[in-house]
Design a binder for this molecule. Structure first.
Ligand code: GFB
Length: 301
């Protein structure tokens, strides 16, 4: 079985084994149909794990709404259409819990994915990602193809994007904490620190993805989450402890909080892998902080 992984050098991709790896647009521009078709024709994978996307944190999404929609709708449509055209048997596509409706009854479950508008802060990205589920379901209806989607919560870990402007909260806090410790300044956290997030360690996502590719026969999407909510404040102090930072942690109320919470149910995942043990949050943060400090000169920041 030949497995193709898109987004191979990304946060999740770097944790997943695959025979074929597309690591970026300089190798194959998945926004371009002819480049995508040419690659699939010459490599004909049996399975595709699709993690490639244009991604970013709260700031990046709010400032690039149309670009995030356009790039991701092209990438997603091309990968699924090329998979169909060249007889790929199994596709596992990555969504994200931030694409769920903002005004919905909690906890989030897979069947609520389309029950309302996503949060205003990232609706471009959210709708483009939701179309992966729609397209997969349409391919099942018309061609009987068993293509499925996984919906991880906020993923963190080594190889992330640590850029201060457009990264997600944990890598941003790790980078800011590193600088605060080095320069003996405060660690500034955006917003009130009150919002809640469910964080899942990238190594765990990699392990779950490999299990899903091998054993999950369903067509229904699977939420990948610990179902453990952590406040941004708690996350900031966990990062400070892992970094050995003893300075002040301050909260910048002029910055947005984004969605307040997006709690999920992981019952469907638990049914599939009841014995799976998630990496404890403080352990995952420590591993990520240590990786960042060791790779400061070469990592994405
Ligand atoms: O990971 P994040 O940027 O995006 O988290 P979302 C945003 C939360 O972290 C907000 C707080 O409550 C921010 O106020 N925060 C505190 C910070 N300090 C910082 C900081 O320095 N940088 C950032 N970025 N946040 C994303 C979606 O939503 O979820 C993406 O926008 C993606 O599309 C991701 O799907 C998983 O968790 O709010």
């Amino acid at each position: 079985m030949t497995t193709l992984l898109t987004g191979a050098n990304g946060l999740v991709g770097s944790m997943i084994d695959a025979d074929l790896r597309i690591s970026g647009r300089d190798q194959v521009d998945l926004r371009d149909w002819y480049s995508t078709e040419r690659y699939f024709r010459s490599h004909s994978p049996d399975t595709v794990i699709h993690t490639a996307a244009r991604v970013g944190g709260l700031g990046a999404n709010m400032n690039n709404m149309a670009d995030f929609y356009y790039d991701n709708i092209l990438i997603n449509s091309n990968v699924l259409e090329a998979s169909r055209k060249f007889g790929v048997k199994r596709v596992v596509s990555f969504l994200s819990t931030c694409i769920f409706p903002d005004d919905v009854e909690y906890p989030l479950t897979e069947d609520k994915l389309h029950q309302g508008e996503p949060h205003f802060s990232n609706f471009g990205y959210a709708y483009a990602k939701r179309m992966l589920e729609v397209h997969s379901r349409a391919l099942k209806t018309q061609h009987g193809l068993d293509y499925t989607c996984v919906i991880p919560t906020n993923i963190y870990g080594p190889h992330d994007n640590f850029n201060l402007k457009d990264s997600h909260v944990l890598p941003a806090l790790i980078h800011k904490c590193y600088l605060a410790k080095r320069d003996n300044t405060d660690l500034v956290v955006w917003g009130s620190g009150k919002p809640l997030r469910e964080f899942i360690f990238s190594e765990d996502v990699g392990k779950l993805t490999n299990l899903i590719c091998q054993y999950y026969t369903g067509n229904d999407p699977l939420i990948l989450s610990t179902s453990e909510e952590i406040s941004i404040r708690q996350a900031a102090y966990t990062v400070a402890e892992a970094m050995g930072f003893e300075g002040k942690v301050v909260f910048d109320y002029s910055k947005p909080d984004g969605q307040f919470r997006k709690p999920t149910s992981n019952l469907r995942l638990r049914d599939f892998v009841p014995e799976f043990e998630f990496t404890p949050f403080n352990e995952g943060v420590k591993k990520t902080v240590d990786w960042f400090v060791s790779n400061y000169d070469t990592c994405r920041k």
